[in-house]
Write a protein that binds this ligand. Structure first.
Ligand code: SF4
Ligand code: SF4
Length: 188
């Protein structure tokens, strides 16, 4: 692993920014490692979640925002449940993704694209339209035939449908998205 030059790379404002947006106090973390021990994705992370917390305590903004870990996190909240200091660690990870988006420093572009496509489907139909989401994701990501062989099998079992099944009141769901997007624009 690369050695980090703390004198050069520390950004103290970043600690404040994440604390404020997440409502969590990263300084409470005493590196017990309970979060990492329970994290189901830790084998795929470039930095285990307890190391992300340590990097945050030392203001390592660039290292954190360029990490894969913040995007591979599945928001399962195991870390939050296991933290003896009652830090909502999953919330911290979520906040880090939001900041990475805002600063256009997304390391895992396909994951961001999947989230965006998923949410666009929710906005349009009021619920997830699986086939539409997968087709849109495959087209936009350039992975044209990803998981295509699974389609007929799940359709045959009636698990997913070829046409969307819009919910009653989907306009109300769409308004929630619009309100959030306007608020996000206002706050830059
Ligand atoms: S929320 Fe993310 S970091 Fe926490 S345990 Fe789940 S996958 Fe790991
Ligand atoms: S479980 Fe809590 S205190 Fe322990 S390393 Fe993770 S964040 Fe820090």
């Amino acid at each position: 692993m690369d050695v980090i030059n703390l004198t050069k790379s520390t950004d103290w404002n970043f600690i404040e920014e994440v604390s404020k947006e997440s409502g969590q106090n990263p300084s409470l973390c005493y590196q017990c490692g309970n979060c990492t021990a329970g994290c189901p994705y830790t084998n795929y992370f470039d930095f285990p979640v307890s190391q992300i917390m340590r990097l945050l305590q030392s203001g390592q903004k660039d290292t954190i925002l360029s990490s894969k870990a913040i995007w591979l996190c599945a928001t399962c909240e195991t870390c939050t449940t296991r933290c003896p200091c009652e830090i909502d660690v999953a919330n911290v990870m979520d906040t880090l993704r939001i900041i990475a988006r805002r600063e256009n420093k997304v390391s895992e572009k396909d994951i961001k694209l999947f989230y965006d496509t998923f949410l666009a489907s929710m906005k349009q139909h009021g619920r997830l339209f699986e086939v539409g989401t997968l087709m849109a994701y495959n087209l936009k990501s350039g992975h044209f035939f990803a998981d295509a062989e699974l389609g007929p099998k799940v359709m045959e079992k009636g698990k997913i449908h070829f046409f969307p099944n819009n919910i009653k009141g989907r306009d109300k769901v769409a308004k929630i998205f619009t309100r959030f997007q306007e608020k996000a624009k206002k706050h830059g």
